[in-house]
Design a protein around this ligand. Structure first.
Ligand code: 5GP
Ligand code: ZN
Length: 115
């Protein structure tokens, strides 16, 4: 498990910054986005510090697959029953602000705040 002491999501994984732990297993953690863009807005992060998709390779196939498989499950469990959006921002021009790989799950009745 890699960790970056300056990384906000590593601190959430470690419990050093509070977050409501919606889902957790040995490798993944899901929690609500602090600034939700939609009625349901969750983040799913690997517990190990990966910068973004550029930092992944075939070793991460299972991890990445399991992240995607959480989207329909968590969307449904959180009440986004009429569709949802899955977003992964990568790099500056991709709009990435936190440089620890994360998947947004957005859903709930429209209109949304943004996106
Ligand atoms: P990005 O633009 O990097 O894809 O998205 C980063 C997301 O992380 C933003 O939507 C932002 O609201 C969220 N975020 C940033 N800091 C925190 C935090 O300390 N706690 C939580 N729960 N979300 C955060
Ligand atoms: Zn990190």
């Amino acid at each position: 498990m890699k960790t970056d002491p300056d990384c906000i999501f590593c601190k959430i994984v470690a419990g050093q910054i509070p977050a409501r732990r919606i889902y957790e297993d040995d490798h993944l953690l899901a929690f609500p986005d602090i600034n939700p863009a939609a009625p349901v807005h969750l983040l799913v992060v690997p517990k190990t510090h990966l910068v973004n998709l550029d930092d992944t390779n075939t070793e991460h196939q299972t991890l990445l697959g399991n992240m995607l498989l959480l989207a329909p499950r968590l969307a449904r469990e959180r009440g986004a029953t009429n569709g949802y959006r899955v977003v992964v921002n990568n790099g500056a021009d991709g709009g990435q602000e936190v440089f620890h790989l994360h998947m947004h799950i957005l859903g709930g009745p429209r209109p949304w705040n943004r996106l």
